[in-house]
Design a protein. Structure first.
Length: 558
């Protein structure tokens, strides 16, 4: 008998738009009231990202089959549970894609989600129980777990491992834990499910049991391996809709039947991964598992959490352009792979990778930002935020435990972000970012000259080289930190009708001032040795600063 049904129980943490208070809502409520919810508000931003994708998977599934009036598209067949039977005929795919895009517009104009989402969920109610002897949500039954891994006798994962605010292993106690020792393994069912969704996306490799093929590698969680991106609207309805892509930009993924994890058994989900079956639809990708999980279905509310956890195979990374919500970079073999965000690199420094159109050579635009070009005619002129969310590991290859979140965002007018013409805003801003990086490199050369004056050659050896590197790296990063807030402010202040040359000149003026000030601050802290400099080369910190100023002014004037 199923228990704790996610459709009815209040387990999703949100912020109310009306009063700004945090509250919990059920799965049915989150769709029926999305326009009155500001945002998701779980324990971590990464948890919110994993949950956001779960909610989008529901939207992807429903509106790939039914329009906003609840009527099935004529190109597909559905069973009694509104699951798709077979595929769309090739001759019908163009018309089907047109209707999917048109339906997106109709839903947006409604300003709320139609009832068909809740009707669909009701059809699958028995598959949305957290505790169930047949279809435990995001889990295997005990019998299914025994089938794939009969040697696991007892639970090997507990609450303090699952709660990423603690992330405690069995061998090391977490310092500065938010919970007392005797409470670390205790969770409500709502907490448990929020962390369970996150576990499937962000896991690491610290657990030992595996279920994979001979040539397969264990997954640490698909979301762990990507530089997550999403668009944030004024409320949860807008956020979900902006990140819902009705027709995938890659032709090979267009009109594919949606196959979310809840429409099949847990054992089937695991078997698909074990057999290396490719993922070709977004709802399956968004609900992909990194672990087979089972637990005691008789667990009481607020009882300690004890799970059996088994590693599953990782999914394809190279050129897996099904994933729309990540930045891409080219590896040494010429393949594109997801690029994780760096804790030391603000989002604006990757502006070109995020916003420029794919060129088939060195640039592949995230589909989620390309989607802005499709929806701008419906959404109208508005300020929109592109949010980055990622996880940093502990630097230990064997475990790759979660160490910290990486969070950033940039805001701009969506007509600016969507202006991808040859001399449009995106190209001009990207060029401006490149010039800014070149000024930063000039500043780095200035720091190298200062190091040499101090007898600490960055190309030398030993302790002198180490000191030079530490000085250059820390001061270079400090320079970028000085640029972050002003650049984000400049970007957010661009209006589509602004004169491009004037706005670029405005930033260059700010950049020049900040760059010269930063170099002057190094000179202000100079020692007598810095002013004496190298007698052999007749070169001191004043000379280095003059060269720097000349190079910066030349770069920005050019």
């Amino acid at each position: 008998m199923g228990r704790y049904n996610l459709l009815d129980e209040k387990w999703i943490e949100v912020i109310s738009l009306a009063d700004g208070n945090q509250t919990e809502v059920s799965l049915l409520e989150v769709f029926s009231d999305a326009a009155n919810i500001k945002c998701l508000a779980g324990e971590m931003k990464t948890q919110n990202f994993a949950l956001l994708r779960f909610l989008i998977a529901i939207i992807q599934t429903v509106f790939s089959r039914l329009d906003c009036s609840g009527e099935p598209y004529s190109y597909i067949r559905l069973d009694q549970r509104l699951a798709q039977i077979g595929e769309v005929e090739e001759d019908d795919r163009e018309d089907y894609a047109y209707e999917l895009r048109d339906n997106w517009k109709k839903i947006w104009e409604l300003r709320h989600f139609p009832d068909i989402i809740c009707i669909y969920l009701e059809k699958w109610r028995d598959h949305f129980n957290l505790y169930d002897d047949k279809y435990p949500f995001y889990q295997l039954t005990e019998e299914e777990m025994h089938h794939i891994k009969p040697d696991i006798i007892k639970p090997n994962f507990c609450g303090k491992n699952l709660n990423r605010l603690i992330s405690e292993s069995g061998n090391k106690t977490a310092l500065f834990s938010p919970l007392e020792e005797d409470c670390k393994d205790i969770m409500t069912s709502g907490e448990l499910f929020r962390w369970l969704i996150m576990l499937q996306g962000y896991m690491g490799l610290q657990d030992k049991a595996e279920y994979k093929g001979e040539n397969q590698k264990a997954s640490r969680g698909w979301l762990y391996d990507i530089g997550g991106l999403y668009l944030r609207g004024d409320n949860l309805f807008e956020t979900l809709m902006m990140n819902y892509i009705p027709v995938h930009p890659e032709e090979r993924y267009q009109c594919r039947p949606e196959r979310p994890c809840w429409e099949i058994t847990g054992l089937d989900n695991v078997s698909r991964l074990r057999n290396g079956e490719p993922i070709d639809n977004l709802s399956q990708l968004y609900t992909n598992w990194s672990r087979a999980v089972s637990m005691d279905m008789n667990r009481g509310e607020d009882a300690p959490v004890a799970l059996k956890v088994v590693k599953l195979p990782k999914i394809l990374h190279e050129d897996n352009f099904l994933e729309p919500m990540t930045v891409w970079k080219k590896n040494k073999d010429g393949h594109y792979i997801p690029m994780m965000h760096s804790p030391d690199k603000a989002m604006w420094r990757s502006f070109g990778l995020i916003t420029l159109r794919s060129d088939g050579k060195d640039q592949h635009q995230p589909a989620i930002t390309g989607h802005l070009d499709d929806i701008r005619g419906v959404c109208g002129s508005r300020w929109i935020s592109i949010c980055a969310v990622s996880m940093r590991d502990d630097g230990k290859p064997a475990s790759q435990c979660l160490a910290d979140e990486i969070i950033d965002e940039l805001s701009a007018n969506d007509l600016v972000i969507a202006d991808t013409s040859d001399r449009g805003w995106i190209v001009r801003i990207s060029d401006t970012v490149q010039i800014t990086k070149e000024v930063a490199y000039i500043y780095q050369r200035f720091l190298e000259n200062v190091s040499k004056i101090r007898g600490q050659d960055p190309k030398g050896k030993g302790q002198a080289k180490a000191k030079a590197k530490k000085f250059i790296d820390s001061e270079s990063e400090r320079f970028y930190q000085k640029l972050n807030e002003p650049f984000y402010g400049w970007l957010a202040g661009i209006h589509p009708e602004d004169a491009k040359n004037d706005k670029v000149a405005e930033w260059y003026s700010t950049l020049e001032r900040l760059a010269l000030q930063q170099a002057d601050s190094i000179v202000d802290m100079a020692t007598t040795r810095d002013f004496i400099g190298s007698k052999k080369e007749d070169f001191n910190i004043i000379n280095a600063n003059e060269i720097f100023r000349h190079q910066v002014l030349k770069k920005l004037e050019g």
